[in-house]
Design a protein around this ligand. Structure first.
Ligand SMILES: Nc1nc2c(ncn2[C@@H]2O[C@H](COP(=O)(O)O[C@H]3[C@@H](O)[C@H](n4cnc5c(=O)[nH]c(N)nc54)O[C@@H]3COP(=O)(O)O)[C@@H](O)[C@H]2O)c(=O)[nH]1
Length: 932
């Protein structure tokens, strides 16, 4: 026995008591043996110990076994895993290692006492089934169990088990590991994963939701789906600061209306996480809801709803607080930093969504407003002639909206879609207008009232005014133009009409004086630049047209002027310009005509056209005109001079006997100047008593008796001396002075007659010349009667001489005037007969008393057979008609003889007497009387 065993052995023996299981090693023949000894003292009757009765058991084999177990244990104990052995038969632990004891918190004995079913927290049958499966399948299995340690910790253990045969029994070897930390990490990860999934669901909801409330509800549902929170809600404060629920989710979701929360700090219900978050604008967390003093007002509700922790995150719309997102967990401390951070992201995303909704709403509102305004516009444009249009970024016409009248117009507008306005063949504007329009468009600038003409497929012309402004998208990119167009055809046509009225003569439709002046100026500018553009001006004045107006009224005059305008235009080229300057004045611009000869020729054609009788309302009119010609570049270089010279030439044509063409020359100019100064002087002639009536006698051929006198006017100009009536009478006719002058002549003549009567001279008749103006004066007859009465002269002693030209212009009217004169008792003589247009045949229609053969026939009577024939015919016709035939301009005896032979009644002329002042006439007359 070894020393230590011997010591323990002797100590036991010294106690003199029974003992058992004393294990020791002894050597027998140097061979070690392990014994387990049980000993009982041997005591005699007197109680004296005499020795020990021992039973020794060889435990060598057992010890060897135990040794192996010890080594296994030692190996087990060094493992960080929990290891245990269970006997399948007995379902008792065979062994557990130290790690198992440490991790579970139980001693080995406690573990043994509990047994595997209670330690593993499994039903015994289930345990048996598991072990049998292990044995049967020969495989290992994994089991995860949650234990609560004696110190109250919950731990999670992962156990791998396997069945093994040790000696004659099945032993289940279990290796367990505390995976609580790993599980916690896993749980956290899972939690985070769920949180992220909730975040992702919320984001999906954001994309999907079409309204705020739907979004809020979807977000709450997503949060609950994550399983991390028991309640999720969104609340929005009302006008009184009370949070009202707009969305809530969760199995334990409370009746939202019951939980009262306010934003006001001073309100007891305003001091919770919602109120605080609202005021601070930041998240407010309570990780121990049921003990958080701030939340005392809601503790009871927290208990009822099993709320361990809660968080409130403000939501924003356009940077303004819009509501509160609330999360509640049954667990305290559910809101760690990472959770808060993810929930903050969720709240931020919701705020972003609210921004988007707000923007969308604004956009919808704006679009609705645009739509409404477009609707308004559409209904307006349908009521008006306006239409709405759009151009794309390429400036192509892409849209129109409005009322378009007529299929052709509609088709044209539809056809124009997709094209540029300026490419449309029906659309036209001036080159300059297009240029400006394109420049404006290129600058992307707005434009107003761009006007263009449009001719539709039916050839109808319209005018449109277009206003537009550029359109840019949100990125500031130009996307086109839009605007309004208006049919301004009626306005334009009215404007054109007004312009036409302002520039054209309403009667003939020809350009008026203003327009002609403008056209003439253009032509002058042209001709100044290009010499081949020289031109001629024809100034046309109708001869004695006033009488038409005076006698037939303006309606007839107007009708004639319309016809005359056409007649003047007819022989001209389209490049020539005809204008009516007013009254009976017309002017023609002969394009590219620069020599007088050609201008005169064209003027001749015009006169020819005019000479054809015009029949109007059963009247025949013979129109003639006087035409003055001036050539640009030769006669004048400016408008005023050119027109003045043409006018001068026209007067010259008139003076030359009317129905004539006269080209301007510098002589004419001097003449015209003279005429002008004469006209001026004539105005004062009457008052200055520069006028005088001369008297030329008429003698009866048969008897030689002086029958009467012709009153012939004379003008004694203070500087020019005697001015011939042939010179100043046309001036007086033109400026109207002829009327007062004629009155004066008539009065003077009648007064003279009266004087001569009073002088006791044999009664004489008096002939007074009528001017054209006088003849067209409707008061003529009345005036004559009144004058005769005034001077107490018998009407038949007065003879009024009128010329053929006065009659032929409108014979019917002339005849009626003549009749009215005859009715007054005065006589009528047709003067200068033979020079005009009337035929002898027409004579019978004229109510006249006397026919005066023009002196031009009389003068050549001696030599000119033709004049003799004419004179004979006139005398014969006159006599046939019962007229008194007077030959004027009789200057010699030959003429007297001829006239006598052919029974002319009276003669007048220098052969008898020149026209002389009344004094000389009286002297002559007295002399004649004494001769008889
Ligand atoms: N409306 C008015 N017309 C008038 C008036 N006074 C004259 N006239 C017209 O002017 C024209 C020129 O007139 P005048 O120069 O007076 O010439 C007249 C005679 O002098 C001229 N005459 C007469 N005898 C002869 C003659 O033998 N030889 C000749 N060479 N000339 C002669 O004839 C003129 C008269 O013409 P008429 O009147 O046609 O009988 C002239 O047309 C006048 O009519 C006036 O007051 N009012």
């Amino acid at each position: 026995m070894s020393g230590a065993d011997r010591v323990r052995w002797l100590q036991l023996l010294s106690l003199h008591r029974s003992f058992r299981d004393f294990e020791c090693q002894i050597s027998i023949d140097d061979k070690p043996f392990w014994l387990r000894i049980c000993a009982t003292p041997i005591v005699d009757e007197e109680g004296i110990q005499s020795g020990y009765s021992c039973l020794a058991e060889d435990i060598g084999k057992e010890l060897r076994q135990n040794s192996r177990l010890m080594r296994f244990r030692a190996a087990m104990d060094t493992s960080l895993d929990m290891i245990y052995l269970v006997d399948r038969e007995t379902l008792q632990f065979l062994d557990v290692n130290d790690t198992a004891c440490i991790n579970t918190g139980w001693s080995r004995e406690e573990i043994f006492a509990r047994g595997p079913d209670r330690v593993l927290n499994l039903d015994k049958d289930e345990l048996i089934a598991r072990y049998d499966r292990l044995i049967y399948e020969g495989d290992s299995s994994r089991l995860e169990r949650q234990w609560t340690t004696p110190d109250g910790r919950d731990i999670v253990v992962e156990v791998y088990s396997r069945a093994t045969r040790i000696e004659d029994r099945w032993v289940i070897i279990g290796v367990g590991r505390d995976i609580t930390s790993r599980k916690q990490v896993e749980m956290r990860n899972l939690r985070l994963q769920n949180l992220f999934s909730a975040l992702s669901l919320t984001n999906e909801a954001i994309l999907r939701a079409r309204s705020e409330n739907v979004l809020f509800q979807d977000a709450c549902d997503a949060v609950i789906t994550s399983g991390l929170f028991t309640i999720a809600a969104v609340r929005v404060p009302d006008e009184n600061g009370w949070f009202q629920p707009v969305a809530v989710a969760g199995a334990h979701a409370p009746d939202p209306t019951k939980i009262r929360v306010n934003i006001d700090k001073n309100n007891p219900k305003g001091q919770g996480i919602s109120g605080e978050a609202w005021r601070s604008g930041k998240a407010s967390i309570s990780n121990d809801f049921q003990h958080d003093p701030r939340l005392k007002p809601w503790w009871q509700e927290a208990i009822e709803l099993n709320i361990g922790s809660g968080a409130a995150f403000p939501l924003y719309r356009r940077k303004q607080k819009a509501g509160m997102m609330l999360f509640f967990s049954s667990e305290p401390w559910a809101f760690d930093d990472q959770t808060q951070s993810i929930l903050q992201s969720m709240a931020d995303n919701l705020s972003f969504a609210l921004d988007s909704f707000a923007a969308e709403e604004e956009q919808t509102r704006a679009q609705a407003a645009i739509k409404a305004s477009e609707e308004n516009l559409r209904s307006l444009v349908h009521l008006t002639s306006d239409f709405f249009w759009e151009f794309d970024a390429e400036l192509r016409f892409t849209r129109y909206d409005g009322r378009i009248v007529g299929e052709a117009n509609e088709a044209a507008i539809k056809g124009a879609i997709g094209t540029h306005l300026w490419d449309n063949p029906g659309v036209s504007a001036s080159e300059e207008e297009w240029k400006q329009f394109m420049e404006t468009l290129a600058k992307r600038a707005p434009f107003r009232e761009f006007e263009f003409a449009f001719t539709n497929l039916e050839g109808r012309l319209y005018y449109f005014s277009m206003s537009g402004e550029p359109v840019f998208d949100e990125q500031g990119e130009f996307t086109g133009y839009r605007g309004i167009s208006r049919d301004i055809s009626s306005k334009k046509i009215a404007a054109k009409r007004i312009e036409h009225l302002a520039t054209h003569d309403p009667l003939t439709g020809l350009p008026n004086r203003n327009m002609f002046s403008e056209l003439l100026q253009q032509q002058i500018n042209n001709a100044r630049r290009y010499p081949d553009q020289a031109f001629a001006i024809l100034f046309i004045d109708l001869d004695r047209f006033k009488t038409v107006n005076d006698n037939f009224g303006h309606h007839m005059g107007d009708a004639l002027l319309r016809d005359i305008g056409e007649r003047i235009s007819r022989p001209l080229r389209s490049s020539d310009i005809v204008a009516r300057l007013g009254g009976d004045e017309f002017v023609v611009l002969l394009h590219k005509i620069k020599d007088r000869h050609r201008a005169r020729k064209v003027a001749g054609w015009i006169l020819e056209r005019l000479s054809t009788p015009i029949y109007l309302k059963q009247h025949e009119f013979l129109i003639s005109a006087s035409i003055g010609v001036s050539i640009f570049g030769e006669d004048a270089h400016d408008e005023e001079t050119l027109m003045k010279h043409a006018d001068t030439a026209m007067y010259a044509a008139k003076e030359a006997g009317r129905n004539n063409v006269c080209c301007y020359s510098s002589d004419l100019h001097h003449h015209a100047q003279e005429q002008a100064s004469l006209a001026l002087a004539l105005r004062h002639a009457l008052q200055r008593e520069e006028l005088e009536v001369y008297y030329q006698p008429k003698v009866e051929l048969k008897t030689g008796r002086v029958t009467g006198v012709e009153a012939l006017l004379r003008w004694h100009h203070p500087e020019l001396g005697q001015v011939s009536p042939e010179r100043f009478i046309p001036i007086a006719e033109d400026n109207g002075l002829i009327l007062p002058i004629s009155d004066w002549v008539l009065e003077t003549g009648l007064q003279q007659l009266r004087d001569w009567d009073e002088m006791g001279l044999p009664a004489l008749n008096i002939a007074v010349n009528l001017s054209a103006r006088q003849f067209s004066d409707p008061n003529l007859a009345r005036n004559v009667v009144s004058k005769l009465r005034q001077y107490e002269i018998d009407a038949h002693r007065l003879e009024l001489e009128l010329t053929e030209s006065m009659v032929v212009q409108d014979p019917a009217h002339a005849i009626s005037v003549m009749r009215s004169i005859q009715e007054s008792g005065a006589r009528l003589a047709l003067d200068d007969f033979g020079t005009g247009f009337s035929s002898l045949g027409q004579l019978r229609h004229y109510p006249i008393d006397t026919l005066k053969i023009d002196r031009t026939f009389v003068q050549e009577l001696a030599e000119d057979k033709q004049d003799q024939a004419i004179s004979r015919a006139i005398i014969a016709m006159g006599k046939t008609l019962g007229l008194t035939v007077v030959a004027e301009g009789v200057e010699n005896e030959v003429q007297v003889t001829f006239l006598k032979q052919h029974h002319c009644d009276q003669i007048q002329g220098y052969h008898i007497s020149r026209p002389v002042p009344q004094g000389r006439f009286i002297a002559w007359y007295r002399q004649q009387l004494t001769k008889r």
